[in-house]
Design a protein around this ligand. Structure first.
Ligand code: SAH
Length: 443
């Protein structure tokens, strides 16, 4: 009873069930097209309740009052939208992963809270959980035929619904293959490990992707770099083993070869390994070497992209990395160990307007700036530096390539991205410290 947006919301909910839905209102303003509903543009009549199981009343005028009284007299379950005291039942917030449904209800007291809780639970669950549940259903006969013992069957299903491998396979319609492979391994009593190379983003836990968070929740072991803050590591399963493999600047507690063999060994023991790297794993993350080692050892792996530091720095400073008519591209480069030929290339690209995002360059910023100028880049080229990008303790510096070349700015601790290019001038660097002024303070 009612024809506005609230009625539309309820109709959306009810039409997901097998019920027949009828909308009655003298004025139907909302757009019900596309929904399987019967519309009656007229006032409510008592006989409308003849076959009704439920009624929602969104009209708070006399017509709505009539509908409420009729519903009570006939004991038809009544929901008066937004008036919990007058409701016989409430509609919960729903997470729809058909065939799986999760309902969150607050007995009508705090629908906003229900929605927030829903968002949290939603983030924990793979969007493919419904497809995984359906897959488990399809596997049933095969599993019953092959695994006699009910405990072993349960372990199979536990693995199936939690396996990162199956989850990712379902995304590309390969779910059956992955489920059968898992079944084969169960029959051989082998649990196969796998490694997920996960981008942790720049260091704020809310810049993790949902997929990263989920895989962290499923991991038996989390192997992380120093640059990944504790808060992010703590997003993982509480009882997961956590191994810090160092790689902070200057302290290489594990060599790359040791990390590679660690990953192979852990996955070889049947563990689900989350290899957590800062930013995006494929950008200056030495992912190439780890992937090669996993391939050589025939260990399955997946890669989860993350927000790279350059993107976080761009967001923090509202700097468009590409900009129509100003910058037609972006170079992600490391200032560390770049040779003359590389510098020549970047200089030419920078001169053509391309934005440079320089990683690992903070301590040698002056030298890199000097070299770029020597290779022909204008000393007037705008430069912006973000330290601890994407984190609450970020710090900003701005200036020109020429100013940066003038000495070593006393930057605060933390990783830094140097952005250089004409597009940098389009960013919002108000509040940034001026590189030239900082230098003059040092002098
Ligand atoms: N894979 C990472 C890069 C790792 S290399 C990524 O995609 O971001 C390490 C370098 O990344 C650091 O020296 C620094 O230049 C940059 N970096 C990483 N995190 C950063 C952050 N929060 N802020 C600024 N720079 C960062």
């Amino acid at each position: 009873m009612g024809g506005g947006v609230e009625a539309l919301n309820k109709a959306r909910l009810v039409t997901k069930t097998s019920a027949q839905t009828v909308v009655i209102a003298p004025n139907i303003d909302a757009d019900f097209s596309g929904l399987d509903v019967t519309l009656h543009r007229r006032p409510f009549r008592e006989s409308d309740l003849d076959d009704a199981a439920l009624i929602f009343v969104t009209d708070n005028g006399p017509d709505g009052m009539l509908a409420k009284c009729a519903a009570r007299a006939r004991r038809v379950a009544l929901n008066v939208v937004d008036v919990p005291a007058e409701c016989d039942f409430y509609t919960p917030s729903i997470i729809d992963r058909a065939p799986l449904t999760i309902a969150i209800a607050t007995e009508g007291t705090a629908p906003v809270l229900a929605r927030l809780v829903r968002a949290r639970i939603e983030a924990m669950l793979s969007p493919r959980l419904g497809a995984i549940a359906a897959l488990a259903g399809r596997m049933r006969r095969q599993v019953e035929a092959l695994i006699g013992d009910s405990g072993s069957r349960r372990r199979y299903y536990e693995d199936l619904v939690q396996s990162a491998e199956v989850d990712i396979a379902v995304a590309t319609d390969q779910g059956n293959i992955a489920a059968e492979a898992l079944l084969g391994r169960h029959l051989e009593h082998k649990r196969q490990g796998s490694v997920a190379l996960i981008g942790a983003g720049p260091g704020s836990e809310d810049l993790l992707t949902l997929r990263a968070q989920r895989l962290l929740q499923q991991a038996d072991v989390i192997v992380h770099d120093q640059l990944v803050p504790d808060l992010v590591v703590q997003m993982g399963r509480r009882d997961a083993e956590v191994i810090a493999v160092g790689k902070a600047k200057g302290h290489h507690s594990f060599s790359q070869a040791q990390i590679n063999s660690l990953l192979v060994r852990l996955a070889g023991q049947g563990k689900q390994v989350a290899r957590l790297k800062s930013g995006d794993p494929m950008v200056f993350g030495r992912a190439g070497e780890e992937i090669a080692a996993l391939r050589r050892a025939d260990i399955s792996y997946s890669i989860v992209p993350g927000i790279s530091a350059a993107m976080a720095a761009a967001a923090d400073s509202a700097t468009p990395l590409t900009l129509r008519k100003v910058s037609s591209g972006l170079v992600m480069a490391t200032a560390h160990g770049a040779d003359d030929i590389e510098l020549d290339h970047w200089a030419a690209l920078a001169a053509a307007g391309i934005t440079l995002a320089l990683y690992m360059g903070k301590s040698i910023a002056d030298k890199v700036a000097t070299k770029l100028i020597a290779h022909g880049v204008s000393s007037q080229l705008p430069v912006g530096i973000v330290i601890n990008a994407g984190r609450s303790d970020r710090a900003f510096y701005r200036g020109t390539l020429g100013a940066l070349a003038g000495g070593t700015v006393p930057f605060p601790a933390g990783p830094a991205i140097i952005l250089a290019g004409e597009a940098v001038a389009a960013g919002d660097w108000s509040g940034a410290a001026d590189v030239a002024v900082e230098l003059s303070k040092v002098a």
